[in-house]
Design a protein around this ligand. Sequence first.
Ligand SMILES: NC(=O)c1ccc[n+]([C@@H]2O[C@H](COP(=O)([O-])OP(=O)(O)OC[C@H]3O[C@@H](n4cnc5c(N)ncnc54)[C@H](OP(=O)(O)O)[C@@H]3O)[C@@H](O)[C@H]2O)c1
Length: 287
Amino acid sequence: MMKILVTGASGNVGSYVVNELIALNENVVAAGTNVSKLKDKFGDKIEPVYFDFTKPETFDEALKGVDRVFLMRPPHLGKPEDLYPFIDAVKKHEVKLLSFLSLMGVENNPIPPHHKIENYIEKSGIPFAHIRPGFFMQNISGVHSVEIVKLDQIFVPAGKSKTSFIDAADIGLAIATVLHDAKAHKNSTFTITGPEALTYDQVAEVLTKVTGRKITYARPSYLKYRNYYLKNRKLDKNYVNVTVALYFMTRMGTAKAVTDEFYLLTGKRPRTFEAFAREHKEIFIKN
Ligand SMILES: NC(=O)c1ccc[n+]([C@@H]2O[C@H](COP(=O)([O-])OP(=O)(O)OC[C@H]3O[C@@H](n4cnc5c(N)ncnc54)[C@H](OP(=O)(O)O)[C@@H]3O)[C@@H](O)[C@H]2O)c1
């Protein structure tokens, strides 16, 4: 049986892609720069492989026996060109489907790197399925949980805009669904979102309700956010710059659409933010 290569297998979305594929009895090759992390996470349910987008010499081994690929862009690789050598290798290898983790709205917006990456994949002639999700609920439980726990604040420069947050678990299910039935989903795009669009004030209200502690939305300016994330949090500059651009887009209204494409693809309803916050409540509690 042919195998499915999952890049970013230890990440937010990749880890759910792996587990959903295992549930579908697929053979999974889990790729990343840290093989022991993959072994710890998935045990012997997967085949781990050392893989680095910036090291083309790692591509052949990763693609051995593989006929479908999940491709994600690690957040610190800010330039679309960083992914081109691997896409070229996938083209040479001939696969039935390449599913790329893209971003909602990029078909009309050339600024995020995903726009050029999608175009590059399409021009290469590889059968594709672009999954374009809204913002992840995991941003709140991940990168932004630090200020939520320490300062009782959500520190995001999104103004009064709305976001149709989706759970990465739902994104993983959508991606596994297209990869499992590659033929049916050849050359397709799916814009998937959560069931509702929320302001960050509403997100703060949900977190207040779930934790029983007053949590507010700080609404910093772009500059304040950028300085804080670079100097206090010491996060990667490329990553911070991409997120500033994304929050700029969000304020233009690009993150608020709610679609039914997740339901049409999987037959399931996407998780609400409140259900997500309850499931991951321990993350938001002060120790
Ligand atoms: N956050 C959002 O709201 C949102 C919304 C839409 C789209 N997206 C897109 O989703 C993507 C991020 O997905 P995610 O949150 O699942 O990622 P993530 O949790 O940040 O994980 C990054 C993954 O990349 C791997 N990695 C890092 N450097 C690598 C390298 N040089 N070569 C190969 N693998 C490498 C890491 O594994 P190792 O450490 O083992 O290498 C890790 O598994 C981004 O492209 C982002 O733009 C995000």
